[in-house]
Design a binder for this molecule. Sequence first.
Ligand code: ABU
Length: 371
Amino acid sequence: MEWSAGRTQVNSWNEWDPLRHVIVGRATDCHIPPNEPALEAKVPEDSDMRGMWGKRPQESIDRGNELLDGFAALLEARGIRVDRPDPIDFSQPVTTPDFHTGSQFGCMPPRDVLLTVGHEMLEATMSYRCRWFEYLCYRPLMQRYFEEDPRFRHEAAPKPRLTDADYHKDYLSEKIGVEKRLQWAADKHFVTTEEEPLFDAADVLRFGRDLVVQHGFTTNQKGIEWLRRHFPDHRVHAVNFPGDPYPIHIDATFTPLRPGLILNNPQRRLPEGQREMFHRNGWEIVDAAQPAHNSPPPLCYSSTWLSMNVLVLDPKTVCVEKSEVYQAEQMDRLGMEVIPVELRDAYAFGGGLHCCTADVYREGGCEDYFP
Ligand code: ABU
């Protein structure tokens, strides 16, 4: 069925086909959540955010929203339909029979929560206690899509219990050191155990019939197996990136730009043994350009590699953060038209241009790129 802006259709099979409809997150009421096992393992050891929690400064929220609204307006000006989540009160604690934590996180970034595969949008299990209820911010949209698109499948993965059994205790120490973290990453010893299936949607990249999923802090092997059983018509490939001492989410590590071309973070190279399916099918994996910044902005959990967290609008057009000049130059050399988008002051809310969006509709169908 052809795309029409007036009629909701959910359809997106990869990261690069022409984008027509997308969700953009909001910074409203975003909180720095209290310490909890999965978060403690992720916050860099030298970060001034360790031990800090509470609502983020209002002026940073206002600035974040200004940039996110600007990005939404830019996409709309290009004819892309943009929907936004409905924030809930993130100061509320999360209490279940199994755990309690003092506050929530926010409704940034949607890419972590929602995985669109074809006509389906799947709510991820998530692996942070503070993000347990985040899916609620997207429920008004899910209800609307369900009413308007008879093909839309709204799915939710089993909510995890997130007891202490979900986390390796040896990660819950103030000082581990990067060397030990890198050894653990090479041994695929991550903070999450195999107690139950866990995955964040941002650990999944879509390549038509193939889903490439990062095994790391936020997605365990059972989560990948759950995805394999949930999508029986797909081939699901587990990958890991041993150069990353804090491995969460694949989209600042491995970035497909168009059929046949992927950017890979040069500090987090895909191991030789996992490249075979790409090489066999003529795909090129090139090192991403260096970030333009030496450190992330204040109160930001993410690394400087949000430089490569770009949003592909179609196989020839890509949104790159405005200050990431080296990444923009590389895109230009790779034959992409670059749209600069100012977003750095919103990074602290959970990520870059890919993170802060979730696909609803891209043109095209389910192709086999790795026959
Ligand atoms: N959500 C992507 C963050 C990855 C990184 O910190 O490099």
